[in-house]
Design a protein around this ligand. Structure first.
Ligand SMILES: C[S@@+](CC[C@H](N)C(=O)[O-])C[C@H]1O[C@@H](n2cnc3c(N)ncnc32)[C@H](O)[C@@H]1O
Length: 368
């Protein structure tokens, strides 16, 4: 039994059944035993591979997006670039390398990484050192920690994140004969973690009440006041200073989505989320429709969603892949083509992954 398993079981014995959101939060970011705190999970030898780790082209295209946005904003002399959940720092490093010749952009940039894992924060520092970025860089574990910091005043903010929102905690609700119930985690007679149901709190049922179509009995409905709050915090940050946000993730953009998308990934395979807590990545598919709704209600203007394939193609990934292939040794050319396919093809990441943007105070500037 792991230390985190013991902590979770003791918490359940003491406080009663635990909701999925608390379980996800403990498993992913417990300060001592959280999944991201105890390891670097990326790559072939890890548990999963993200877009920036597949190819430099991904971060380069986000760099193009940033450079275009900055130019369309009138090239402000200072720009706060904030990345949520930066992993190894690969996206940021590729973005910086791709934009180093954009006159004045790097001089304008102050970078902040929002990261809860000290292990990964060290990697992020090394990644941007390696590309020679010598501007301001800071770390915070939540956007709220920097919201009142006057260092960020007087300059627009651009907030980005790849596969970050999917890690924010969710709740499962289900309509039963007894009314709305929340799926929680308790202990079985033989002391194993197991699912159960308790009456759903109004904080959750209030979100469900906003849906246009009433859910059917026994359908799982995913809601996340925590994710909503994060989007509101980002919007508040942008509204105070003007700017934009760009998030890329797997998920759906449909009205009133239903179904269980909670998943655990270990060693490049799906696994039981309740087995060996803290040793697998726990995520859910992002409800982009809800993200846009929350951003709108918070006073920002959303754009998208767009598929990852379309987003990368509009920014020129096709031409970039061609240039890399032409300059590559024969044995590397196929890898580059395969990475391009993996990022953009409809049956790979090109369609499941979507891009949403929202902005405030950058009127008339195309964000997506
Ligand atoms: C799936 S990884 C994505 C990493 C990177 N963006 C990439 O695409 O390779 C999720 C990242 O979010 C961070 N993270 C997860 N939950 C977080 C939270 N609640 N607050 C801040 N960072 C978090 C993790 O430590 C990790 O850096």
């Amino acid at each position: 039994m792991s230390d985190l398993d013991t902590i979770i079981k003791n918490t359940i014995r003491h406080d009663g059944p635990m909701d999925l959101a608390r379980y996800m939060d403990l498993c992913l970011t417990h300060p001592q035993y959280g999944y991201y705190v105890t390891r670097d999970p990326f790559g072939g030898a890890g548990d999963f591979v993200t877009a920036p780790e597949i190819s430099q082209m991904f971060g380069e295209m986000v760099g193009m997006w940033l450079a275009l946005l900055w130019q369309n904003m009138g090239q402000p002399a200072r720009l706060n670039l904030i990345e949520c959940g930066p992993g190894r720092g690969t996206l940021m490093a590729d973005l910086l390398r791709a934009t180093r010749h954009v006159n004045g952009l790097h001089q304008a940039l102050s970078i902040t990484f929002i990261e809860k894992s000290p292990t990964l924060a060290q990697k992020q520092a090394a990644a941007i050192d390696a590309v020679g970025f010598d501007g301001t860089r800071r770390w915070a574990s939540h956007l709220n920690e920097i919201a009142a910091d006057s260092d960020y005043d007087g300059a627009p903010a651009v907030v980005i994140g790849n596969e970050f929102i999917d890690a924010l905690p969710i709740h499962h609700c289900v309509l039963t004969d007894k009314g709305w119930m929340e799926r929680v985690i308790g202990l079985s007679d033989d002391d194993k973690l197991q699912y159960g149901l308790i009456p759903a709190r109004t904080e959750l049922t209030d979100i469900i009440a906003e849906r246009k179509t009433p859910p059917e009995q026994n359908e799982i409905i995913e809601v996340s006041p925590e994710r909503d709050a994060y989007i509101r915090d980002i919007c508040a940050f942008i509204k105070t200073r003007s700017g934009a946000a760009l998030f890329i993730d797997y998920g759906h953009d449909v009205v009133d989505a239903v179904g269980d998308t909670f998943q655990a990934m270990r060693d490049h395979a799906y696994t039981d989320p309740l087995k060996k807590p803290g040793s697998a990545d726990l995520t859910s598919h992002v409800d982009f429709f809800r993200v846009k709704q929350v951003a709108t209600d918070a006073g920002c203007t959303p754009q998208g969603t767009m598929t990852q394939g379309d987003f990368l193609h509009h920014l020129g990934i096709g031409q970039r892949a061609q240039a890399l292939v032409q300059n590559a040794a024969a044995d590397k050319a196929e890898d580059i083509y395969n990475a391009y396919q993996r990022l953009t093809a409809k049956d790979q990441m090109g369609e499941l992954f979507r891009v949403v943007a929202f902005s405030h105070g950058v009127n008339g500037v195309p964000i997506l």
